[in-house]
Design a protein around this ligand. Sequence first.
Ligand code: NAD
Length: 480
Amino acid sequence: MKRYGLYINGSWSDPDTGIWFDTQNPYTGEAWAKIAQGNAADVDRAVAAAKAAFEGVWGTMKPTERGKLLVRLAELIERDAARLGGLEVCDNGKLIAEMGAQTKYMAEWYRYYGGLADKIEGAVIPTDKPNILNFTRYEPLGVVALITPWNSPLLLLAWKLAAALAAGNTTVIKPSEFTSVSTLEFMSLFAEAGFPPGVVNVVTGFGLEAGAPLVAHRDVEKVAFTGSDIAGQKIYEAAARKIMPVTLELGGKSPNIVFANANFEAAIMGAISGIFAASGQTCIAGSRLLVQRSIHDKFVARLVEVAGAAKIGDPMSTETNVGPITTRPQFQKVLDYIDIAKDEGATCVLGGKPYTGKGAQGGQFIEPTIFTGVTNDMRIAQEEVFGPILSVIPFEDEAEAIEIGNDIDFGLAAGVWTSDIGCALRMSERLRAGTVWVNTYRAVSFTSPFGGYKRSGEGRESGKDAIKEFLQVKSVWIAH
Ligand code: NAD
């Protein structure tokens, strides 16, 4: 079994703890790699390497050269997309049918931000003072910490890392303890592309032992985090103690709203992919399906028919529609929420239990599950499950759809299905979420800002403005 060290200053080293832990394949349940258990001493080494690179070769490199390296990296990702995607399948249980394309698409973030690297411009500011020139410079922050979750390790890293490097920062990455392999394997491409040592470092390990010391480290100037709102809150508090900027991409409980005048089959497919893609383990999952009352029963019947026919099983098979739950604790959490929903009085019309049928092989599967009779005050409607559990809630009209849609602490995304353009515009204006999709779901792009309202986060990733999350502005005055 391959044993991975920590990636610090362009080379591999053993962890200070001398401990390696197993990482499991969620389909087979077998350990398939050993991951180094990093701690504060390892964080110190990684941050020191990143700081030296920032103060040295990376800090003096021309932005155009930084951009070229990022574009070169994008080419290498495209070359290796199948290999990197395959690693995500083993580590995370993602579907091979999706991973090749998703990994290839990830390259676009590096290419896009590579193009922006030499377009970071200040301005000459007219002031009220005589004989003085005032101008602004946008400068990198320094060493930034990038902390990622298990559900889309490489893609979510790209959203942070591409912008952080284009802006001129150096980085220390802390991937999820459940899915570190793809990030570690990815490191070889940085050396091949020609990035100097120390620009990108990885400390693996657990949140409290490796993540928390990284956030608290005196020489770390920013943290960009994707993960749960609970860990996000702790990181925000730790950052506040240092007065350090953060980007937080947190959880969601997104409403996917179907009006009676919508294209029926398109809305069905949008509702299905909204919740069951990646077995519901996506932050943007449309886990609250609001259906206009006049079509509610017909819509639910068709949903049950389509979701009930999904092929569950081996994520390595291109025939599979629904893969395993990535981690053991997450598997248990989803089962607990099924019990909670039943106790609250919701009606389970599909699934509601682990899948043990053909192709399950003892993997951590949960059947696509649909609850009706859900009211928006129930826990199953208010709390993020992060699994293949859909709660269906009826509504009468636009006003009620808005009221229910917004009656939630989260605000990551929302979907609307309607053939009425006026309704589409009103809903997109009034829904309190960082992304609103109309007659589609899940569209994201390197060119478009992504992030959460309310408890779903702070700051934005992707798009040209997101590079400012990794910059600070300096005002320079020169008397003449
Ligand atoms: P998590 O919060 O448990 O862990 C995320 C990362 O934070 C891991 O690397 C973990 O080790 C680290 N961590 C945990 N506690 C920490 C601490 N106190 N200090 C520093 N680091 C710490 O999240 P998860 O279970 O890996 O991921 C699932 C969550 O991520 C869901 O809530 C999901 O909605 C969210 N998510 C959000 C987005 C988004 O873009 N908004 C995208 C994907 C996932």
